[in-house]
Design a binder for this molecule. Structure first.
Ligand SMILES: Nc1ncnc2c1ncn2[C@@H]1O[C@H](COP(=O)(O)OP(=O)(O)OP(=O)(O)O)[C@@H](O)[C@H]1O
Length: 233
């Protein structure tokens, strides 16, 4: 279980106080208006931002005592942060061994992960030789192969066309059923994830205003606001 309790952050122009619980092995979609604090929430979980007060635990472990690199967290950003001079296989392998010195068994794991995300045959391509969707698959594979149990996806598929976006979300859903991971994903298009997410959290003005089953959130009192934020450019 990921538990965030009254975690406060304050900048001159933005104040946040987050409280949210996400059950282990579930997919939580974070929605809400632009500037509402979705990315900041993920950055805080990953350790890029430190709350002034509050509690943040995962599987009972106090994450606030850990450096970002020590946290059981892998994060995928919208711009996916791939290394342009490395092949798809090497970019994925970084999630396993930052030195890229892989054992034979680890080579096999990388190949299996590339297959799992539908990139068989493209192992030797560099990011510049792949489509946006293929690059996102590499970034996803790198996060998943890290073996870290908490995966944070920050608008990972928003640059893709609607059909590809939906199929990437289905891929995330399929992969999480193969290996138990807890996923928190920010998304601008709640309808893409409504039938797959276990939980939806609406974040606005630096707070989790509501959280629950997607059907309840999408048809509840916030329905109009969620629809409005989904139609923002
Ligand atoms: N390091 C920082 N210092 C000061 N302000 C920051 C910092 N990081 C984020 N903010 C502010 O926090 C607010 C929330 O930003 P955030 O990126 O979390 O929103 P968001 O909901 O993810 O928006 P979007 O949907 O547009 O990506 C913004 O006003 C932003 O300017």
């Amino acid at each position: 279980m990921l538990v965030i309790e009254n975690c406060r952050l304050a900048w001159p122009d933005f104040k946040a106080e987050y409280s949210l619980s996400v059950a282990a092995g579930t997919l939580c979609a974070v929605v809400g208006p632009s500037g509402g604090g979705k990315t900041t929430l993920l950055h805080m979980i990953a350790g890029f931002e430190t709350p002034d007060s509050g509690c943040l635990t995962f599987a009972g472990q106090d994450l606030l005592r850990l450096e970002p690199s020590e946290r059981p967290v892998a994060i995928v950003f919208q711009d996916h942060n791939l290394f342009p001079h490395l092949t798809a296989a090497q970019n994925v392998a970084l999630g396993l061994r930052p030195s890229l010195r892989l054992s034979k068994g680890e080579d096999v794991l990388v190949a299996e992960m590339l297959n799992a995300v539908g990139l068989e045959g493209l192992e030797r391509r560099k990011p510049g030789e792949m489509s946006g969707g293929q690059r996102q698959r590499v970034a996803l594979a790198r996060a998943l192969i890290s073996g870290r149990p908490l995966i944070l996806l920050d608008e990972p598929f928003s640059g893709l066309d609607p059909g590809l976006r939906r199929s990437m979300i289905q891929l995330v859903d399929a992969l999480r059923h193969k290996r138990p991971v807890t996923i928190v994903m920010t998304i601008h298009t709640p309808e893409d994830v409504a039938d797959l997410a276990d939980q939806m959290a609406y974040v606005a003005n630096g707070q989790v205003v509501a959280s629950g089953p997607p059907a309840d959130i999408l048809t509840g009192p916030l329905a109009a606001q969620i629809a409005a934020s989904a139609s923002e450019p």
